[in-house]
Design a protein around this ligand. Structure first.
Ligand SMILES: [Zn+2]
Length: 88
C-alpha cells in the first residue's frame, strides 16, 4: 500500500482543486488540506500577523471500502509513476 496502511478497510479518495493531485487518505472528510500544495509555509508572514488561512482544497471524490481501497491505491501509485490518469 502506498497511500494508506495495509489492512485499511475504509478511506477517502481525494482530488485537489488547486494542484489536481489525487490521493487516498484514511481521514474521511468532505475536504482536506492538500498534502502536496496545501501546507507550504508562508515565510513572508510576521509574528504579529494572523496565521495564513489554511485552505482545504482537496475534495472528497469517493468513499472506498474493502477491495476498492487496495485497487485505488495500486492504480494511483501506478498513475504517479506512469504519469497517466486515463484510467479514471
Ligand atoms: Zn493540491
Amino acid at each position: 500500500m502506498y497511500y494508506v496502511p495495509d489492512e485499511t478497510e475504509k478511506c477517502g479518495f481525494y482530488e485537489c482543486s488547486s494542484c489536481d493531485a489525487r490521493f487516498l487518505d484514511v481521514r474521511i472528510a468532505p475536504s482536506l488540506v492538500c498534502p502536496y500544495c496545501g501546507e507550504t509555509p508562508d515565510m513572508e508572514i510576521g509574528p504579529d500577523e494572523d496565521m495564513p488561512k489554511v485552505s482545504e482544497t482537496a475534495k472528497l471524490q469517493k468513499m472506498l471500502e474493502g477491495d476498492e481501497v487496495e485497487r485505488y491505491d495500486t492504480l494511483l501509485s501506478l498513475a504517479i509513476t506512469g504519469g497517466n490518469y486515463d484510467w479514471l
